[in-house]
Design a protein around this ligand. Structure first.
Ligand SMILES: Nc1ncnc2c1ncn2[C@@H]1O[C@H](COP(=O)(O)OP(=O)(O)O)[C@@H](O)[C@H]1O
Ligand SMILES: [Mg+2]
Length: 378
């Protein structure tokens, strides 16, 4: 026997879907229904945590939700003068983005800093054009949120990364300096013992050599840590390449290397610091020469692609082993007996200061190509 609770429940949906008698359907006039919808939409917009503001083509704020008020520290409904300039009077940055929107320029997740009630906030803002059903633009919609917390977190992480990098750097410097220092100490100890004149001379020579070494480490280190203050000027990259190649080709270890320059004759001058760029090319070309101890070919090619210039420096040397590929730009990373590991770190910094990009392609035993891309105008 079925007990009350086991009784099969009536399907409420079924009940609802049963056609109602015509006279029980509430009849709203057409515009009343749309008013209902409007209220519903309005409720949704008022309850979302993002700020939403709509401005018509005359620059009047036609809609502003509660979150917009609280994020921007304003009170839209109270303002009699609905012009966006009046409502956003303290937020000229936001006003500018809206003005640009009226002129057809929109933004996607643009991050801006604004001062609200005396404190600085970060706001992420997206603007879009509002069209009517005939695709005529009738206003601008701005959707924004307070991203101050995210920005603070980002800054926190950056600071931690920087501190970690400083730690790594100091450890590297200490390590680099310790070797020549202990060599100097060793030779000085030797000098205390009764040595022949020749022995004294060679110990002193060794000390001088190690001090030079120390000097080189310090110079390299300083050029790495000093904040680059590039002086930008119209720079002919092809000339820089030629200068660096003729300098490197004079060096002893460059005898067995064929140098080949494939410069694009019509390469435009770029806005760059020629001294810094020369240093970058020199470091890469020196590495290329060092990667070909038994000789090979070094090719430098310049050209233009996607509105940026590129410089390709290729060698037919050892290649960069896969397992160290992501570390070659790290300061103090070296696989060379006499290396400082600062060359590519310096190059990376220089190219970054030029808003450029650097990458490399490599094949074991076949060679390596470093590619630098630079904007023509910054
Ligand atoms: N063209 C290249 N071919 C092979 N290995 C390279 C090349 N360029 C850089 N490397 C690798 O990257 C490391 C870091 O280079 P770099 O920062 O210039 O320091 P260093 O030359 O003092 O070692 C080098 O020790 C080497 O292992
Ligand atoms: Mg180097």
């Amino acid at each position: 026997m079925l007990r009350a609770q086991d009784e099969p429940k009536k399907n409420p949906m079924k009940n609802q879907s049963r056609p109602r008698r015509k006279d029980t359907i509430p009849r709203f006039p057409k515009n009343a229904l749309s008013k209902d919808m409007r209220e519903y939409n309005n409720l949704i917009l008022q309850c979302i945590p993002s700020g939403v503001m709509v401005i018509n083509m005359d620059g009047l704020v036609t809609f502003c939700n509660a979150s917009a008020d609280s994020i921007l520290g304003i009170d839209c409904t109270k303002e009699k003068d609905k012009s966006y300039l009046n409502i956003l009077k303290g937020n000229s940055h936001v006003a500018q983005l809206i003005k640009n929107g009226v002129n057809g320029e929109t933004y996607y997740r643009k991050q801006i800093q604004v001062k609200i009630d005396g404190s600085i906030k970060w706001i992420g803002i997206t603007t879009s054009i509002l069209y009517d059903d005939k695709a005529t633009p009738i206003g601008v919609i701005a959707v924004f949120s307070d991203i101050t917390d995210v920005k603070e977190l980002e800054a926190d992480i950056k600071l931690k990364e920087r501190l970690a990098a400083v730690g790594e750097l100091s450890a590297g410097v200490a390590h680099e300096i310790r070797n020549p220092l202990s060599a100097i100490a060793g030779y000085a100890e030797l000098l205390k013992k009764g040595l022949s004149e020749d022995e004294i001379a060679s110990a002193v020579d060794a000390i001088i050599k190690e001090t030079k070494n120390l000097n080189r480490i310090v110079t390299n280190f300083l050029s790495f840590v000093k904040k680059p203050q590039p002086i930008f000027e119209e720079t002919d990259v092809n000339t820089l390449i030629k200068e660096v190649i003729s300098m490197v080709s004079l060096a002893k270890d460059a005898d067995r290397i064929d140098f080949d320059i494939k410069a694009l004759k019509t390469l435009p001058a770029v806005e760059a610091d020629p001294f810094e760029l020369r240093m970058a090319f020199l470091n890469i070309i020196q590495n290329a020469v060092q990667a070909m101890p038994n000789g090979g070919r070094l090719t430098v090619k310049s050209g233009i692609q996607y509105g940026r210039i590129f410089i390709e420096i290729s060698d037919t040397g050892s290649g960069i082993p896969k397992e160290i590929g992501d570390r070659v730009f790290n300061p103090f990373f070296t696989t060379k007996e006499q290396g400082t590991g600062l060359g590519l770190a310096i190059v990376h910094k220089i190219i970054e200061a030029h808003d450029g990009k650097i990458e490399f392609k490599t094949r074991h035993g076949k060679g390596t190509t470093f590619i630098i891309r630079l904007p023509i105008r910054r």
